[in-house]
Design a protein around this ligand. Structure first.
Ligand SMILES: O=C(CO)[C@H](O)[C@H](O)COP(=O)(O)O
Length: 238
């Protein structure tokens, strides 16, 4: 089974098994796995009843390309269900997100959602944040504050790096919100320390949002290498 098929399996099953007939306002995450969620939403007979809330420019394009109705999070602050990908998932369904630099809008939409469902392929489900995702925790920062935030991150024991755009643009990545992203390596972060790390990051002036999603996900749909599906649930929230 290819990685692409694992993503598709997770995306389709997440929609089929979680979308209730009464759900109207749907949060749409970003990345390559969410493509299959939106594809599935676009196949529904009831698609015209749904209003989809994007988390990025990419998500907006996906919604429009699949002939779904587009809404905005400043119009709908109560979202029935949101779907999104993840860069790494721990055993308590804490997440690292922001590999695609969309973490602020992703967290905003997830925070508005009654149910937040993660879709991913098997490489993401490591059980421990920082285990295989070695790029660090993505942190969105105001450009004026980036040097000060880098200093603060080093003081709390991280190894920060300003995310560079690479071959497509000279200089740093600029988010959909006009900010920079700092990726900060903290090594492996045990589940019971994710929340306190997130709080430390938020205490730095200039940090808009972090890619640590603590206790937000209700379920994770993981497409496995052998073609099977794993569904992880957060027991306390179900
Ligand atoms: O957080 C994200 C973007 O900011 C993505 O959801 C995350 O990077 C996962 O992407 P993919 O589905 O392509 O693996």
């Amino acid at each position: 089974m290819s990685i692409e098929n694992a993503k598709k399996q997770a995306g389709y099953a997440a929609v089929d098994q979680n979308l209730d007939p009464s759900d109207r306002i749907i949060g749409v995450g970003s990345g390559s796995t969410i493509v299959y969620v939106v594809e599935r939403l676009g196949q529904l007979n009831t698609k015209n009843d749904l209003i989809c809330i994007p988390t990025s420019f990419q998500a907006k394009q996906l919604i429009v390309e699949n002939s779904l109705r587009l809404g905005s999070v400043d119009e709908f602050t109560e979202i029935d269900i949101a779907f999104d990908g993840a860069d790494e998932i721990d055993s308590n369904l804490n997440l690292i997100k922001g590999g695609g630099a969309c973490l602020f809008q992703e967290k905003l939409v997830a925070s508005c959602a009654k149910r937040f469902i993660v879709v991913a392929d098997y490489r993401k489900n490591t059980g421990l944040l920082g285990k295989d995702w070695r790029n660090g925790v993505p942190i969105e920062v105001n450009p004026l504050a980036y040097k000060k935030v880098i200093k603060g991150l080093m003081e709390i024991g991280g190894k920060p790096a300003l995310r560079e755009a690479g071959a497509s643009k000279a200089g740093p990545v600029v988010t959909d919100n006009g900010n920079f992203v700092i990726d900060c390596d903290f090594g492996e972060v045990p589940s019971n320390q994710v929340q306190s790390l997130d709080a430390k990051l938020h205490s730095l002036v200039g940090v808009l949002e972090t890619g640590l999603f603590v206790g937000m996900a209700k379920k994770a749909y993981i497409g496995e290498e052998d073609g099977s599906l794993t569904i992880s649930k957060k027991s306390s929230k179900l």
